[in-house]
Design a protein around this ligand. Sequence first.
Ligand code: ZN
Length: 200
Amino acid sequence: MAKLYFYYSAMNAGKTTKLLQSSFNYRERGMDTLLYTSVLDDRFGSAKITSRVGLAEEALTFSKELDIFEDIIHRLTEGVACVMIDEAQFLTKDQVTQVCRVVDDLNVPVLTYGLRSDFRGEPFEGSLYLLLWADELTELKTICHCGKKATMNARFDSNGNILRDGEQIDIGGNERYVSLCRKHYLAGQCRRQATASEAS
Ligand SMILES: [Zn+2]
């Protein structure tokens, strides 16, 4: 039986690299994959998934209006072994149910990759329902400047001040986001301080 997988993490934990590696593994065994990314993420060109370590693959895009179940049915061929969705935090609740139907009705595995929470510490709609409805949850780990696991994404202005309010979606500048542990997220401390006693 096919399953719905959700790989979640803070930013810069290698989600996209993991997706592209998995896709490569399928193709190496002669199977096809259908790749999707959010139409919002046009950092590297709208129809390409690009990881920070330099891997890249062509992808389809989803907007909030797309019926992803109908889109996948339309594109499904016998060789397609699985569907992979990057930036899955941008799926709507309806689209998460559509993805569930791809798994349950079409018996095609779907691997989704996304951020658990936004810079305010609030859930993304897509991630919220994937966390609730996916068959398998896997956390991909990255670390804070203190060495602890980073679970939060902090947004900073050009002066290094943490931003607590603003639009949820502001893709484009990795330099304005830092992955932090909860303690340093709440403290608003974006980098290691020479005098800080962080052993406590
Ligand atoms: Zn920390």
